[in-house]
Design a protein. Structure first.
Length: 529
């Protein structure tokens, strides 16, 4: 028996549609009823269509990203200006993706929050991911950035601990701000990032209204093999909008997906979001004149010394048609650079570069780069084949399909000619060691950022920090106040007073206090705000 053909269901018979098939291409004649002994059951084992359907359903989810699990994505293009500010781009980089004016390169962007799980609210106080994959004529280029221009830590070794502290308590599975501030209070380099995160900049209103930044320092390499240090920044043409905690709470009460919805609906109605790409450039050097290391990702490069130079613009004009295939399985990584770009010695960048493709081999599978969303639009000629789900569109392997290794005199692929490109060859003369960087300058820019805020932003920062720290252990409160005081005396004093005031309030509402914990986000806002 097929579908219930009750003629009383309005419009049930109206649509003329294509026939449903199994994944083997067979027409499905009954998608409603199991094959059973009599119509009450039991079921028989040869229910091939049912077993295929249910067993595929049982495997529908892949592991979510260990960070940045909650996200949204869209497709579009990057258009070059052909210049870096007023200068020809070729002076600094031979990357073709930037050369010529008005050239378009197709791309994918995925925006995300960091700590929450796949369906968590998009109103969290959290950095936002801003990952771009450009399908360039020289293969893929990924720029995996965040909305804020700096980061919490200076060394990749600390990342797993940091994320453990930011996520839910491993015993109770309840987010607890104390764990996060416990870690941060022993990581003074995070003071600058915390200052941004607890200000209104910590909750972007939507993905369309936020900036993006590569955060880490990369290199550009020109035809002569000369390198400069470079930082990337995306500036939204829609303007920047952030939410206060109260505004975020109000949205969160009604909608966990407001940012995904906003992006999707804007593109559907033809209101295509756009960002301009800027770079900051620095000579590839130690820069002893600066009071920080240029490779330290907790620092901003001062704009007056290193101006933002426009290089192109990005437009998002197409929504995914299959979220799982095109966005969930998308794999971005900091190792994905094209000719004309290189890694800087930034220790964070180097740690990240191992981590992304490593997790993707686990999360998506060894052949994740064969998926259409991850594959370059250029030809792939590789001997890295086989493994699960190898579905390459196999090309003629050079002259000889029997040769899947290199070098060979019998055929197969051969290396590109190294001589055609002058290599960038940085020189090293130092001992191997496990030591923090020099010029850590934990507090200087944190204080400058605090003083640069408008009054209402500072008030909001103090309020958010006081609320979160009021529920922390005294040791953690004292350490955090110490860090803020080092950044700026007024900052430290106001947080201290704010914590005391909030704790008094909490004491007064003593009976209600236990209930507050359930509503807290990891940064301690929720029902306390
Ligand atoms: C995602 C590691 C720092 C931005 C991820 C993922 C890992 C990871 C394992 C999941 C990737 C996936 O499942 O596809 C690390 C490590 C870091 C680090 C080890 C430090 C050592 C950063 C920094 C930024 C950043 C500083 C910002 C510049 C992102 C973004 C995503 C991501 C945007 C999501 C990419 C997407 O949309 O698929 N990171 N990360 N991460 N990370 Fe990092």
């Amino acid at each position: 028996m097929a579908e219930n053909k009750d003629k009383n269901i309005p419009h049930a018979q109206e649509v003329d549609r294509e026939t449903l098939t199994t994944r083997q291409g067979h027409p499905v004649t009954d998608n409603q009823n199991l094959r059973t002994i009599g119509n009450r059951g039991p079921a028989t084992l040869e229910n091939y269509h049912f077993i295929e359907k249910i067993s595929h359903f049982d495997r529908e989810e892949v592991p979510e990203r260990v960070v940045h699990a909650r996200g949204a994505g869209a497709f579009g293009y990057f258009e070059t200006y052909g210049k870096v500010g007023d200068e020809p781009v070729e002076k600094y980089t031979r990357a073709k993706v930037f050369s010529g004016a008005g050239k378009r390169t197709p791309l994918l962007v995925r925006f995300s929050t960091v700590a929450g799980s796949k369906q968590s609210p998009e109103t969290e106080r959290d950095p936002r991911g801003f990952a771009v994959k450009m399908y360039t004529e020289d293969g893929n280029w990924d720029l995996v950035g965040n909305n804020l221009k700096i980061f919490f830590i200076q060394d990749a070794m600390k990342f797993p601990d940091m994320i453990h502290a930011f996520k839910a308590d491993p015993a109770s599975n309840v987010p607890n701000p104390q764990r996060m501030f416990d870690f941060v209070s022993r990581s003074p380099e995070a003071t600058h990032m915390i200052t941004f995160l607890f200000s209104p900049w910590g909750i972007p209103a939507t993905y369309r209204h936020m900036q993006g930044s590569g955060v880490n320092t990369y290199k550009w390499v020109n035809e002569k093999g000369e390198a400069v240090l470079v930082k990337y920044h995306w500036e939204p043409k829609q303007g920047i909008r952030n939410l206060t905690q109260e505004e975020a709470n109000e949205i969160q009460a009604k909608n966990f997906s407001h940012a995904t919805q906003d992006l999707y609906e804007a593109i559907e109605r033809g209101d295509y979001p756009e960002w301009e790409l800027f770079v900051q450039i620095m000579e590839d050097d130690y820069h002893p004149e600066l009071d920080f290391d240029p490779l330290d990702d907790t620092k901003l490069w001062p704009e007056d010394k290193f101006p933002w130079l426009p290089v192109g613009r990005m437009v998002l004009d197409r929504n995914p048609v299959d979220y799982h295939a095109e966005i969930e399985q998308a794999a971005f990584g900091t190792g994905v650079l094209v000719d004309g770009m290189d890694f800087s010695d930034d220790k964070m960048l180097q740690g990240r570069t191992f981590s992304y493709s490593d997790t993707q081999r686990y999360r998506v599978g060894a052949n994740y780069l064969q998926l259409p969303v991850n594959a370059p639009k250029t030809d792939v000629r590789t001997n890295q084949h086989r493994g699960q789900m190898d579905f390459r569109d196999k090309k003629e392997n050079g002259e000889n399909p029997h040769i899947n290794y290199e070098p060979s005199m019998l055929g197969g692929y051969q290396e590109a000619n190294k001589e055609e490109r002058v290599q960038h060859r940085p020189h090293y003369n130092a001992q191997a060691m496990s030591e923090p960087i020099d010029r850590p300058n934990y507090y200087g820019q944190a204080g400058e950022t605090y003083r640069s805020f408008e009054d209402w932003e500072r008030d909001d920062l103090i309020n958010n920090l006081s609320n979160a720290l009021a529920v922390c252990d005294k040791k953690i409160q004292d350490a955090m106040v110490y860090h803020f005081t080092q950044a700026d005396e007024d900052y430290g004093r106001r947080v201290k007073e704010g914590i005391e005031k909030k704790m008094e309030e909490l004491q007064k509402m003593e009976n209600k206090v236990p209930g507050r914990e359930a509503g807290q986000s990891k940064f301690g806002q929720g029902s306390l705000a």
